[in-house]
Design a protein around this ligand. Structure first.
Ligand code: 13P
Ligand code: SF4
Length: 301
């Protein structure tokens, strides 16, 4: 039996739904029931009726699914697939900021550990951060962990005082202005579509800045035929599927998230067979981490 047939059979036996982020390998996206950005996937995870959620993504995604839907079994193809940025904020610093500003809101990018979420007031993703920060009654915002997304939000919501943290995504931070300019020289008619986890050097050259699904929707709706894509290269799969007549060029050839790419069909079949690699979160922590996630779902509607 092929690995894909094995996955199909095990999925039925385990009453499992497969969720995948746009950054995982093409063949994994191809077999998933739902593929999307972090916000979309968290909404699917919160609502699914399947008994088991197999999350093809990094650990904060599986954790968020478990936090939002605790009666489900959440399994990961590879427990080592983790987002380094999810750990890049310091609890002591959060507490210090809270002492300094009475009306502080700690806004936590969903790319964060469950523990960091428990210290936060609301979560955001790259597709809803602007909407949610604008909707908050607080004037002072401590944005964790991603400095670049925080800086982008600050530039779009100047009426708020946004305090930045020094976390970053190494994949997005690694893309340079020179590389974008070179791509633009090679493809002068191409629109430049950039993820807000990139540095200001790169977002400054963008025709459009948005989340992975924002980028896909923009390119799909656009009359342009060529696009330079400044985000992890996994999005090229969906971009090309949806737009066979258009041309997409990555920035450099190194925007690859090794943690996302370590998920394979074999690991998916194995996890479904053994039903190991389950996400477990202690109930008190889960309830505390659930509050900012639920608030995000409410404000992000
Ligand atoms: P989005 O899918 O929300 O754009 O997230 C980007 C990301 O880095 C996920 O790890
Ligand atoms: Fe984390 Fe960046 Fe990988 Fe997304 S692409 S999982 S932010 S390291």
């Amino acid at each position: 039996m092929s690995t894909i047939d094995k996955i199909k059979q095990l999925k039925k036996e385990r009453d499992a739904v497969i969720l995948a982020h746009y950054y995982v390998n093409d063949e994994v996206q191809a077999i998933a029931d739902y593929v999307g950005d972090s916000f979309y996937l968290s909404k699917v995870a919160a609502k699914t009726e399947a008994k088991t959620i197999l999350f093809c993504g990094v650990s904060f995604m599986g954790e968020s699914a478990k936090i939002l839907n605790p009666t489900k079994t959440v399994i990961m193809p590879d427990m080592l697939a983790d987002c380094p940025m999810a750990h890049m904020a310091d609890i002591g610093k959060i507490e210090k900021m809270r002492r300094e500003y009475e009306d502080l809101a700690v806004v936590c990018y969903i790319n964060s550990t469950a523990k960091l979420k428990t210290y936060s007031d609301v979560c955001v993703t790259s597709s809803n951060a602007l909407k949610i920060v604008r909707a908050l009654p607080n004037q002072h915002i401590f944005f964790i962990p991603d400095e670049n997304l925080g800086r982008y939000v600050a530039s779009q919501v100047p009426e708020k005082h946004i305090i930045l943290n020094d976390g970053y995504c190494h994949v997005h931070k690694g893309m340079t202005r020179q590389e974008v300019k070179k791509a633009k020289e090679e493809h002068p008619n191409a629109k430049v579509l950039v993820h807000p986890e990139c540095t200001m050097d790169v977002t400054g050259l963008a025709d459009y800045i948005g989340s992975t699904s924002g980028i896909i929707d923009y390119a799909t709706a656009s009359e342009a035929e060529e696009f330079i894509i400044a985000t992890e290269m996994g999005v090229l799969y969906e971009l090309r599927q949806k737009n066979p007549g258009k041309r997409f060029y990555p920035v450099g050839n190194h925007a690859v998230c090794a943690d996302m790419k370590c998920i394979t069909l074999e690991k998916i079949a194995d996890a479904l067979e053994k039903m190991n690699n389950t996400i477990e979160i202690e109930e008190e922590m889960r309830q505390r981490a659930n509050q900012p996630l639920e608030r995000m779902l409410e404000l992000g509607k």
